[in-house]
Ligand binder design. Structure first.
Ligand code: ZN
Length: 316
């Protein structure tokens, strides 16, 4: 049996049952009044349009489904397609392009583009707890992203910086997009996202010098002198965060080459999510998809405008 033969990828009722079990582990919650004990399922009337998962609250008399208040709201796409899209995006290490979703799911390119951005929003963790709590090691590095190589000089308008922190104890990564990489911008991000008792590990870039002094220790490797792992202390290296950047860069070059810099933070959330919930951290493809589904609540998104890129293939 393949993964793709699972009922919730094909049967709309099974898809609703699957999503409800994740979003409502204790049973349905009224989307209008929060009531939990007077909810009844409405039997579909075959004479009318069948509305899957429709519930009625006997307290406030309101009707609702599990879609309300989530990224699924205001979408007419069947839940089976949402689940297929979430599985594809959470399982593919370097991501899945909107073109690929458009072809695989047989939805229009525009639908695929909105779908992908909403799923990225579900992947955004929103966690604010500082890394390195209890005195752990945190690797920090910065990189640049440009959509177009012609503008890839530092400080160019279509150029953005990214600062990423890796907590070595939890294996998680957190990335923040910045307009310019300076001591001030990077220092602020590091200070806000790292516990003071942690040890900061960076390369020898001087953007970390000032903020480095505010932690229990700041150690670095000097890449310009071909030092990648300290000879005195082999735990001093930035290989973990650089490994993350190599996955990110392969994805952006190979899959998301049309990403507009203004959307970069959404793509970073996607790469952060997959890396933080990778197999080495105990998440298989299934567990990772469930994790993304847990993030769909409270993330309704409405976009002005739409895809920046014309579809290469005609929309279905
Ligand atoms: Zn109610």
């Amino acid at each position: 049996m393949s993964v793709l033969s699972r009922p919730y990828f094909h049967d709309e009722q099974a898809a609703f049952d699957f999503v409800e079990a994740i979003i409502w582990p204790q049973g349905p919650v009224c989307a209008h009044c929060g009531c939990t004990d007077k909810i009844t399922a409405i039997k579909p009337n075959p004479e009318k349009r069948v509305r899957y998962g429709l519930k009625k609250c006997r307290d406030c008399k309101g009707q609702f489904t599990v879609r309300m208040g989530t990224i699924f709201e205001e979408s007419k796409l069947p839940m089976t397609k949402w689940l297929q899209a979430i599985y594809l995006m959470t399982a593919a290490k370097k991501g899945v392009s909107a073109h690929q979703l458009h072809r695989t799911l047989e939805v229009t390119y525009k639908t695929a583009w909105f779908l992908a951005h909403r799923i990225r929003e579900a992947m955004r963790s929103g966690e604010l707890a500082p890394f390195g709590q209890g005195g752990g090691d945190v690797e920090v590095d910065e990189t640049y992203f440009a959509r177009d190589r012609r503008f890839s000089h530092r400080g160019g308008k279509s150029m953005k910086g990214v600062v990423s922190l890796v907590d070595r104890s939890t294996g998680r990564v957190r990335s923040i997009v910045v307009e310019n990489v300076t001591s001030r911008t990077v220092g602020k991000i590091v200070a806000e996202n790292m516990a003071q008792e942690a040890r900061l590990i960076t390369d020898s870039s001087n953007v970390y010098l000032r903020v480095g002094g505010t932690f229990s220790a700041h150690v670095s490797v000097n890449h310009s002198k071909e030092e990648y792992v300290s000879k005195l202390d082999p735990t001093v290296h930035t290989n973990t965060v650089e490994g993350f950047y190599s996955i990110f860069k392969r994805g952006m070059r190979g899959v998301y080459q049309h990403c507009a810099p203004k959307h970069l933070h959404r793509y970073m959330a996607e790469f952060d999510f997959r890396y933080s919930y990778r197999v080495r951290n105990g998440f298989d493809d299934n567990a990772r998809a469930v994790k993304a589904l847990e993030g769909v609540v409270g993330k309704r998104l409405t976009y002005r405008g739409g895809p920046n890129v014309r579809p290469q293939a005609a929309p279905v």
